[in-house]
Design a protein around this ligand. Structure first.
Ligand code: TRP
Ligand code: SF4
Length: 330
């Protein structure tokens, strides 16, 4: 029997950070390694364009950096198909066909659309392409007849919309597409070093590529329990972002010990962060070694992407042949 397909994508915003690693990539890697699924992971560069259309120059390097990060953290091209959205032109064709059947009202009430426009006021996002962002995302997903879409909570409305669009297509033209399931997993809530959500635009991220002094400096700058001004103040680890990281990166039992000591004003924040920086550095060492390898073997990276593009194209061609037949537009 054919394996069920998994599909997910990420916009090429440049270097990935620990929020991406724990939020999405760990999940992707786990699905890949389970062996029960055929995983397709892609770089959503056309989606990046919807907000970066007036500054397209960095996108190319961002795509490369992102794929290098993916390979470094353990996405394995022998197990997963890694590809670039814009290289599979069929996505654009399916996007057109879906756009004619998608009611405007579905897009206008999309919460992420409203939020992003409010958040990114410095960008003019009053465009057709930005409104249609989830239609393109629907095309990405159903092109591969994905059974499951691993995503973070923020993307749930887009997958819900994909399900609606797929149902509508099937209703109008016949059963072509399976209805995809969102795959949400519990992810630890990692904040940036300033205590806000970790995000590239806030410049508060610890990047997957950070190491040495840079990593130490960032960890030392991390926001802790605001009530702990002096070392003699007892701390509340449950409210401390450093502690959340300790649970992820400390050796077994370490977090419990730190919590006890912190509560009775034993360990100080400076010492706690020094330990954390060491734990993160140790955990990242193999990732950095792989990162260095790929960064100095770009031909290999290019070949991996080329191979992924070819595999994705083969699926997309099959789907589009079926779609054209169903719509009766060859
Ligand atoms: N919108 C997603 C994000 O910003 C990226 C994306 C594009 C995606 N197409 C997708 C995710 C298809 C999952 C499936 O993170
Ligand atoms: Fe946070 Fe560690 Fe300071 Fe406690 S000792 S408040 S866990 S940084």
């Amino acid at each position: 029997m054919e394996k069920k397909r998994i599909l997910s994508g990420m916009r090429p915003t440049g270097k990935l950070h620990l929020g991406h690693l724990h939020g999405a990539l760990r999940n992707w890697i786990e699905l890949q390694n389970q062996g029960d699924y055929e995983c397709y992971y892609f770089v959503a560069d056309w989606h990046a364009l919807t907000s970066e259309y007036n500054n397209t120059e960095p996108i190319r390097a961002n795509i490369r950096d992102m794929v290098i990060d993916w390979l470094a953290v353990g996405l394995d091209p022998a197990k997963s198909t890694l590809f670039i959205q814009s290289r599979i032109k069929e996505h654009a064709e399916l996007f057109v066909l879906l756009s004619v059947i998608t009611p405007l009202a579905w897009l206008e009430r999309n919460p992420t659309y409203k939020e992003m426009r409010a958040e990114l006021v410095e960008k003019d996002l009053a465009t057709f392409g930005f409104l249609g962002y989830p239609v393109l995302q629907a095309a990405d997903i159903i092109m591969y007849k994905a059974y499951g879409v691993p995503i973070g909570m923020d993307q749930l409305p887009h997958v819900e919309l994909t399900r609606e669009i797929a149902r509508r297509f099937n209703f109008l033209y016949g059963e072509v597409f399976p209805i995809p399931e969102p795959l949400l997993t519990d992810v630890p809530k990692l904040l940036g070093i300033d205590g806000r959500k970790m995000s590239k635009s806030y410049e508060n991220s610890i990047c997957i590529s950070d190491r040495g002094e840079e990593l130490k400096k960032k960890v030392a700058a991390m926001f802790t329990d605001p009530q702990r001004q002096r070392k003699s103040d007892p701390g509340r680890p449950e409210l401390c972002n450093v502690y959340t990281f300790q649970k992820l990166y400390g050796p077994a039992g370490e977090a419990e010990e730190i919590a006890l000591s912190c509560r009775e004003a034993g360990i100080g924040c400076t010492g706690c962060k020094q330990k954390l920086a060491e734990y993160i550095a140790a955990a990242m060492r193999p990732i950095h070694e792989r990162r260095d390898y790929y960064a100095s073997h770009l031909d290999e990276v290019r070949a991996i992407i080329e191979d992924g593009n070819n595999r994705a194209t083969a699926v997309a061609r099959l789907t589009m042949a079926e779609v054209r037949k169903a719509v009766k537009i060859e």
